[in-house]
Design a protein around this ligand. Structure first.
Ligand code: HSE
Length: 304
């Protein structure tokens, strides 16, 4: 086999209090990635679809950088062409960069019969994220590879736990970032009280997933003292709209991954109402792209 086409899901990282350690896969949107092996010993990248600002130089592209890492670690000399068909908006917070890296490594693992474990796939794929935000965070690529809800239990070495989850309805306002990354402004110096609350909310997220309690889950993701203060401040309408959708019955609302996208979890009956509130609320934001109605999903990257 020298060709494989894969579908790689969007992911929402952090899931409230779990900065860099929690993420969930979404049913839609997704990207499609095709890999072709060849004898050139070169890595070639082509991007089509919603491809504004996506570099095709190997070192600057998340999939390209991840493949370089794979070839270096496993001492592989191989030519590969990577066709990335972007079917999701290229904006912050959908894990789109991680989806490409995850698909490239997952696909090469199959094509080259490498038999890598999920943790190895994640550890190599996350290196691609350096091309996007400058940091090899594992949450997005882990959810793209494994699907469901992922908990990064350890970074040294990478050890990720997947929890299967119910299909939660979600509404996501896709909003472009006004700056490349806000990670540098995030601090862990949040004080004892907030730290205790943050840990308690992380524990509540996991408990709510085990008990399939969407109300508890929503309450738990509403609090984040680490990333939300920085990223919330860069989305002018964020806190006002969060309050409005929670008042209207959404279970939880938080910033999706690195922002500026915003995600809400709600009942199926409320999904359209919450979506319309996002559409109206974010309409005047010049970086707003569109509102996506979708579900969480247990399916990670897969061959199509
Ligand atoms: N955990 C990462 C961050 C996810 O918050 O920067 C980026 O999508």
């Amino acid at each position: 086999m020298n060709k494989i086409t894969l579908r790689s899901p969007a992911t929402t990282a952090n899931v409230g209090p779990g900065y860099d350690i929690f993420a969930m896969a979404l049913k839609e949107p997704y990207d499609e990635i095709t890999l072709f092996l060849n004898d050139s010993e070169k890595i070639e990248i082509c991007v089509s679809g919603d491809c504004c600002y996506i570099p095709t130089n190997t070192e600057d592209n998340t999939a390209g950088l991840a493949v370089l890492e794979l070839f270096k670690r496993k001492k592989i000399q191989q030519g590969v062409k990577i066709e990335i068909n972007k079917k999701m908006p290229s904006c912050g917070g959908l894990g789109t960069t991680g989806a490409s890296a995850a698909a490239a490594i997952y696909g090469l693992n199959k094509l080259l019969n490498l038999n890598l474990s999920s943790n190895e796939l994640i550890d190599i794929s996350r290196m691609g994220e350096v091309a996007s935000g400058g940091s090899p965070h594992a949450d997005n690529v882990a959810a793209s590879i494994m699907g469901g809800f992922v908990l990064v239990k350890s970074y040294h070495p990478i050890d990720v736990l997947k929890l299967d989850i119910p299909e939660f309805p979600i509404v996501l306002a896709a909003i472009k970032k006004s700056q490349r990354t806000t990670r540098g402004f995030i601090t862990y110096e949040i004080g004892q009280e907030k730290l205790k609350e943050q840990m308690a909310h992380c524990a509540s997220v996991i408990h709510a997933l085990h008990t399939k309690d969407i109300l508890e889950f929503g309450k738990a993701i509403n609090v984040d003292h680490i990333a939300e203060p920085v990223r919330g401040a860069s989305i002018p309408e964020y806190y006002e709209i969060k309050k409005k959708v929670l008042d209207a019955g959404a279970f939880g609302c938080t910033i999706s991954g690195g922002g500026s996208s915003v995600i809400a979890f709600c009942s199926k009956e409320n999904q359209e109402k919450i979506a319309q509130m996002f559409e109206k609320g974010f309409a005047s934001n010049p970086h707003y792209i569109k509102t996506i109605r979708s579900f969480t999903s247990n399916q990670g990257v897969h061959e199509i």
